[in-house]
Design a protein around this ligand. Sequence first.
Ligand SMILES: C[S@@+](CC[C@H](N)C(=O)[O-])C[C@H]1O[C@@H](n2cnc3c(N)ncnc32)[C@H](O)[C@@H]1O
Length: 192
Amino acid sequence: MFNNKPQHYPASLEAIQAASEAIGFSMPSDFQTGALLQTLAASKPKASVLEIGTGTGLATAWLLAGMDATSNLISIDSEASYQTIANECLGQDARLQLVCTDAADWLVKQDHATFDLIFADAWPGKYANLEETLNLLKSGGFYVIDDMLPQPNWPAGHDKKADDLTHYLESRTDVQLVKMAWSTGIMLVVKK
Ligand SMILES: C[S@@+](CC[C@H](N)C(=O)[O-])C[C@H]1O[C@@H](n2cnc3c(N)ncnc32)[C@H](O)[C@@H]1O
């Protein structure tokens, strides 16, 4: 049946969801975003993947589930209490490196790293440090952002920031993008 149900769920998803609910984590990626990230990750053998904003590891689990055995994922969050859950549920996966730091600081220090897929799910990498982030993307690489449709937790004025980001990315000549008014509103950007 054609619906929003994902094809294959990550094994650790239920445990991460339960732990996230237990601490009241209020910013989880949804299953549609996760399944999209999983599918995009599967398109890139030997991929280097970057997630900005691990949270408790929900999208991390979907990315790992799509990646092949030779791919690797760096996931960054500044909040240790969230990332601890990702570490408990996913930390045994040798492809994953969890980094607990301010992503803005981390991004400006990257000289040589390049990535095949970047899921930018925090303020840095999306509404700040966008140039540094896009500079880390390989040609043909995916830059993915969600929460581009109005969300109940948006503060006043955030709709303008989302619109400005959309228009800015659309104006760039070095990317091809598609806006998906689906899930929380996803923008899939490919570096040309
Ligand atoms: C939308 S949540 C991430 C959700 C997660 N990707 C998921 O799939 O459920 C945003 C995360 O960004 C983190 N964050 C906020 N500011 C940050 C910063 N300056 N550096 C690193 N992480 C940051 C927050 O702690 C939070 O966990």
